[in-house]
Design a protein around this ligand. Structure first.
Ligand code: AMP
Length: 470
C-alpha cells in the first residue's frame, strides 16, 4: 500500500489548524450541547445530521463561486469513482439539500431544524479561527415574516445567556434582495471605480467579483474610502425596508440589545434581507490586540435614537466599548437558496455559532467545570474465577444504575485498594477465590475501615441500603 508522506514536524501531530477535543474539553462541549438541545426543543427545532462530505457543487452553487469559502477555503477532493466532493465548510447548504431531498417542503411550516458538528475551512489558522471547528446552527423554512428572523436571534441569544455570557450585542443589517441589491451594487461599483487605487489588493479583486465584500476588509486605508461609500440600507426597496423595520421592532419587543452595522454583509452569497452577528462585549473574552483593532467600524446605535423608519446617525465615538473581530454567531435570511438548489421557492432563515469560540470564553471564566460525579463503589477481585464473576456482577450494578469503578487489569489487591482510595469511594467490594466458591463477597466501609462478608445474591440490595444511609 502506498505510503502517504508529507511535510511532518517531530512525530505525528494534528494537521495544521485542527485539534483534538480532549476529555477535559468534552465537558464544555457537552454542556453547550445540553443547553442547546434543551432550549431549541422548546422552540420546536428538530435535530438533523447531514454527512460531513457533500457534492462540492452544492457549496459552489449555494454559497457562491466568488466567496472566500468556496474559492479559497474548501477542502475538495475527487473520489476513486470520479465525483468531486467537499468537506462541508458550513451547515446551511447541506440542511437545505436535505430539506429538498426528503420532501420536507410538504410538511406543515415552519420546518425548524438544528445541527451540531464539525466543519472545515482551509483558513489561515489564528486565535479563534481553525481549519476544523464545530458549530451548532438552526434553520427555519417556510416563514417569510421577520418574526422568524427575530426568533432565530433570540434562540442564540438565550443559549449564550444560559452559558453565562453577560454582555452580548447583536449587530444587524439588511442587505436587500434580488429587487434592490442589483441597483445598489451598480451604485457601489460606480463609486468604487475611481477609487480602486486606494484599496488593498484583496479589495480591488473583490470590487470586481463581489463588491459588497469590500465592507469585510479591516485594512485602515480601505476603511476610510468605505466610510464614504453608498450604504445598502439607504437603497432598500419597500419590501426590504419594511422587513427590516419590523425585524428591529421585534428585537425591541424582545428587549434584545442590537446595533445597526451598515458594513455587515457576511461572506456568503445566499443571504437576502436580514443579516446578523452576535458578539460578546465582555473584555475578558478578548485579547488586547483585538481591543486595539478598528473593527467593527463606526456603528449606528439604538441609543443614537435611530430606528429603521427614521434615518440613524452615525455614532461619533464609533464602537461602544466592544471591539472583538470574532463573532460568536452569524446568520441571516436566505429566501432564494431553496430555489437555487433545485427546490420550491421557500423563504428561510438561520444562523450558526462557533463552539470553539464559546468554549474559549467559558474557559476564561471557569477554567475547570465541575467533575462528573465519581463512583461511590469500587470492585476489587483476586484470581481468574473472581475476575469472571466480577464482570457479571459489574453488569448487575449497571442494570441497577449504580456506578462502580473497577481495576480489572490489576491482580494485586494492594494496588486495587490504593486505586479505590484515590477515587475516594465509600464502599469497596472484594471478591476472591474463596468468596466465589462460598457465594459471598466482602464489603468494606472505607470511612470506618470495617469489613463484613455478605451473600453474593444480596450485594446489590446491601450496597443500595448503605449508599442511601450515607
Ligand atoms: P459562518 O459560518 O462564517 O457564518 O460562522 C458562524 C460562526 O462560526 C462564527 O461566528 C464563528 O463563531 C464560527 N466560525 C466560523 N469560522 C470559524 C473558524 N474557521 N474557526 C472557528 N470558528 C469559526
Amino acid at each position: 500500500m502506498e505510503e502517504y508522506r508529507g511535510r511532518r514536524k517531530k512525530g505525528y501531530q494534528t494537521p495544521t489548524g485542527m485539534h483534538d477535543v480532549l476529555p477535559q474539553d468534552q465537558r464544555y462541549f457537552q454542556k453547550i450541547y445540553n443547553i442547546c438541545e434543551n432550549i431549541v426543543s422548546f422552540y420546536g427545532f428538530q435535530k438533523i445530521e447531514t454527512p460531513i462530505v457533500e457534492t462540492a457543487e452544492l457549496f459552489s452553487k449555494g454559497i457562491g463561486l466568488a466567496t472566500d469559502i468556496v474559492e479559497k477555503q474548501m477542502y475538495v477532493f475527487r473520489t476513486k469513482g470520479g465525483d468531486w466532493l467537499a468537506l462541508r465548510p458550513e451547515g446551511t447548504a447541506s440542511v437545505v439539500r436535505a430539506f429538498i431531498e426528503h420532501g420536507m417542503q410538504s410538511l406543515p411550516k415552519p420546518v425548524k431544524l438544528w445541527y451540531f458538528g464539525p466543519f472545515f475551512r482551509y483558513e489561515h489558522p489564528q486565535a479563534g479561527r481553525f481549519r476544523q471547528f464545530h458549530q451548532f446552527g438552526f434553520e427555519a423554512f417556510g416563514e417569510k415574516s421577520p418574526v422568524m428572523d427575530a426568533q432565530i436571534v433570540q434562540v442564540f441569544y438565550n443559549i449564550l445567556k444560559e452559558l453565562r455570557f453577560d454582555k452580548l450585542v447583536v449587530e444587524v443589517n439588511n442587505i436587500g434582495d434580488s429587487q434592490c441589491r442589483p441597483y445598489y451594487k451598480k451604485l457601489l461599483v460606480s463609486y468604487l471605480k475611481y477609487r480602486l487605487g486606494g484599496f488593498c489588493a484583496v479589495c480591488r479583486q473583490r470590487a470586481k467579483e463581489n463588491p459588497l465584500r469590500i465592507f469585510d476588509c479591516k485594512e485602515e486605508k480601505c476603511q476610510r474610502i468605505k466610510a464614504q461609500a453608498p450604504q445598502i440600507i439607504d437603497h432598500l426597496c419597500e419590501e426590504c425596508h419594511n422587513h427590516f423595520r419590523e425585524f428591529l421592532e421585534f428585537l425591541d419587543e424582545l428587549e434584545l440589545p442590537y446595533n445597526l452595522n451598515p458594513y455587515l454583509v457576511r461572506g456568503l452569497d445566499y443571504y437576502t434581507k436580514t443579516v446578523f452577528e452576535i458578539f460578546s462585549t465582555s473584555t475578558e473574552n478578548f485579547n488586547s490586540s483585538q481591543q486595539d483593532s478598528e473593527y467593527p467600524p463606526k456603528l449606528y446605535t439604538k441609543e443614537d435614537g435611530g430606528s429603521a423608519e427614521t434615518p440613524l446617525k452615525l455614532s461619533e465615538e464609533g464602537e461602544k466599548g466592544y471591539t472583538s473581530k470574532d463573532a460568536l454567531v452569524g446568520g441571516g435570511r436566505y429566501d432564494n437558496l431553496c430555489k437555487i438548489l433545485g427546490g420550491e421557492p421557500t423563504p428561510a432563515c438561520g444562523g450558526a455559532a462557533g463552539i470553539e469560540r464559546i468554549v474559549k470564553a467559558m474557559k476564561q471564566r471557569t477554567p475547570k467545570l465541575p467533575q462528573p460525579q465519581l463512583p461511590k463503589v469500587f470492585m476489587a477481585q483476586l484470581g481468574n474465577l473472581a475476575k469472571r464473576k466480577s464482570l457479571k456482577l459489574f453488569e448487575e450494578f449497571r442494570k441497577n444504575r449504580i456506578s462502580v469503578a473497577d481495576s480489572f487489569g490489576r491482580d494485586d489487591l494492594k494496588a486495587q485498594l490504593k486505586a479505590s482510595d484515590r477515587i475516594g469511594v465509600q464502599l469497596t467490594l472484594i471478591l476472591g477465590q474463596k468468596e466465589v466458591l462460598e457465594g459471598t463477597i466482602i464489603i468494606k466501609d472505607m470511612k470506618t475501615g470495617r469489613q463484613e462478608t455478605v451473600k453474593l445474591e444480596k450485594i446489590i440490595k446491601e450496597v443500595k441500603k448503605r449508599l442511601k444511609k450515607a
